[in-house]
Design a protein. Structure first.
Lengths: 238, 238
DNA sequence: TCCATGAGGTGTACGCCGTACACCTGAGGG
DNA sequence: CCCTCAGGTGTACGGCGTACACCTCATGGA
């Protein structure tokens, strides 16, 4: 039995093993359960052992972020910047759906990791290759903001909540408590008007994917229009 | 001297006084310095005294958020939904610039406060009054996302950083460390191409206000176009 | 006038967190 | 054969949110 325990934790610790365990823990139990102590316990090791492989918790988070960013599909070259960018952002979104804690983690760091910089750099590259001026590409990157990493940017977001408190529990359909609905009639109205293409299923929650693509296409279409007009910041509209 | 101390803290505690002190502390020292202990010390009181007026730290944050939301200008009625919405969002942005900790605080709560719900409700009302279908208004609210509260949604944001670590220190101009610039040529290019209308000041950081309005107008223009086209989710483009 | 009441401030204590620092241990090289 | 040192351990510190028992003192009914 002692030997069993020994065999179980025979696999030596390594930065990589720590990062994978940390990502798994955050996926399953939520980012708020990711403490150095919990993580060490999952790895069958004493908390301080982790510090031989990661400098501190912030660096651990950076490493986890890089793991996530590494899962995003690379840009597939193509003639059309719009499809390239759209496709990759949707891939990023899929990755974030697997790691709902990631947006919060990324936002809470105050400098980009090299992996994120590389991702952003390649996105700018796609715009430039599509004929965008550096000027326009710059503003476009700002306008996309965190959406370019697949963030949904919802104010109150079931996925975010999952990233905090553990596995996703499906939102109760169109969940506005009765008293609330009465005080905020416009919200109640659009909550029940969550139609989408399936009109029969009325009053269900929102189709996150639809909302995401709606917003993404709104931006991309607007960007395409500016690009076609030869927009520059010096002679800007209005 | 005992009397002096007594006179100083003669003002009795109250929920309102606590909230104002908390907002002030977060503004000055950053949200990470806002602990019940620090706040109590600022108020000349023992930590547990706060709990007679707020249930716990989460409720304190909710209260602080409501203070911030309360500072946003109300909707000024007008014929044009676009100007109404635009104006109010820019007001929200100004408020957030005074309280850089607020976005993080809002995102970290997992349900909207009544004040935020009221704000969102009135925004929906503006769209509806402008002739939007409930359907379109719904998707538009999702597409605006946190931008509707004035969030800039930058991935790595000087204001965010300030909200974390205290008072804003102006960003060093176009701050890309030399090694980084070499590895990410496209980022380097658009960083130096931060032109704006003042071409003489080259390589300065970004004009946050410009970037925010650029993104906001991109969205609003796209929304206006959909509205004019009588967009509905049942017969959606593509 | 007196005393019960209860709102509101206090003190202590618990379990969590990140992590500094001294220590031990065992495999690999001279 | 022993030295070294990478890597795992144990203890401890200061910070956090907050449960819980306590004290204090203004207030209002008898």
């Amino acid at each position: 039995m002692v030997e069993q325990a020994d065999t179980l934790r025979r696999t030596p610790l390594s930065r990589d093993r720590i990062l994978r365990a940390a990502v798994a823990l955050a996926n399953e139990a939520g980012i708020e359960s990711l403490s150095m102590r919990n993580l060490a316990q999952d790895l069958g090791v004493v908390p301080m052992a982790l510090y031989k492989h990661v400098a501190n918790k912030d660096e651990l988070l950076d490493g986890m972020i890089d793991v996530v960013v590494g899962e995003i599909d690379p840009l597939v070259p193509g003639a059309d910047w719009k499809h390239m960018v759209r496709r990759r952002i949707l891939s990023a979104r899929q990755v974030l759906r697997r790691h709902p804690w990631a947006p919060l983690a990324i936002e809470s760091r105050n400098m980009a990791t090299p992996a994120i910089l590389a991702y952003l750099d390649s996105m700018v590259g796609a715009f430039r290759a599509g004929g965008f001026s550096a000027d326009l590409a710059h503003h476009v990157m700002h306008a996309m903001g965190s959406r370019i990493l697949g963030f949904s940017q919802e104010l109150f977001d079931a996925a975010r909540r999952a990233g905090r408190s553990g596995t996703t529990v499906p939102d109760s359909p169109a969940a506005l408590p009765p008293g609330v609905a009465a005080r905020f009639p416009h919200l109640a109205e659009i909550a029940t008007a969550a139609s989408h293409d399936d009109e029969s299923v009325v009053g269900q929650g929102c189709d996150d994917q639809f909302e995401f693509e709606f917003a993404l296409d709104l931006l991309l279409d607007g960007i395409e229009r500016l690009h076609q007009q030869g927009w520059t910041s010096s002679r800007r509209p209005r």
